[in-house]
Design a protein around this ligand. Structure first.
Ligand code: SF4
Length: 222
């Protein structure tokens, strides 16, 4: 297709385009696995999600192994020495803030929620270091509620694909929530992250071989 000619997916309504893109992503990543290896444990996922700010999922997975060996439950981390935690999570960057935050968050979970990660948005965002992205990740992945997780991959790629009007977390969450069917929202976000890691990397996307190339407005502008 000539670069100036828009493909049918770009021309169509956003709801039709998201359907086409979602089907392609399903074929690429049928399992839609969360990139964070949290072994089904909500405590691990909420801590790992906090560590993932400005850090790759790969590094978070590596750093989390010694962290959870030393602090296997939320009760252990709630009583941890900040210096010890800092030393373990240093490779994730922002290690002082993150250490303080995950200890405080663990303390809140033990004192206010009987050691269980809460299952409502309002309770989650009151935890230290938890914002919309982490709250939605927890609700979608652990508690089975339809949620869009506007992480950096999701924002960047859905904007390139012309699905959202602005590369902004609030806009991304609001607009994708209306476009992606509720039962598919969690899986769609996981697939976008996997796609970002494999193909649409920042700053060097593999556009020439990209399976979504013909659906991408960013590619079209090249
Ligand atoms: S064509 Fe390039 S910019 Fe567009 S989604 Fe694929 S890798 Fe990303």
């Amino acid at each position: 297709m000539p670069k100036t000619e828009k493909c049918p997916a770009i021309k169509g309504k956003k709801s039709e385009r998201v359907k086409i893109i979602s089907e392609l992503l399903k074929k690429l990543y049928p399992d839609a696995l969360c990139a964070l290896e949290y072994q089904g444990d909500p405590y691990r996922l909420i801590v790992m999600a906090r560590l993932s700010a400005q850090c790759t999922d790969k590094r978070v997975n590596e750093v989390s192994k010694p962290l959870f060996e030393r602090y296997p439950t939320v009760y252990h981390l709630a009583k941890a020495e900040q210096r010890e935690v800092e030393d373990i999570i240093r490779p994730c960057g922002l290690f002082r803030t993150k250490a303080e935050s995950i200890i405080e968050m663990s303390r809140q979970i033990t004192e206010l929620h009987n050691g269980q990660v809460p299952d409502t948005y309002d309770q989650l965002i009151r935890l230290s270091g938890v914002g919309m992205k982490i709250a939605n990740l927890m609700l979608g992945d652990v508690f089975g509620q339809p949620r869009i997780v506007p992480d950096t991959h999701c924002i960047r790629i859905t904007h390139k694909l012309g699905l959202i009007s602005r590369a902004d977390p609030v806009v991304c969450e609001r607009e994708l929530s209306r476009l992606v069917p509720s039962e598919e929202q969690s899986d769609f976000c996981h697939r976008i992250v996997l796609f970002g890691r494999e193909w649409c990397k920042a700053p060097n996307p593999k556009c020439d071989l990209c399976p979504l190339q013909s659906r991408c407005e960013a590619k079209e502008k090249k």
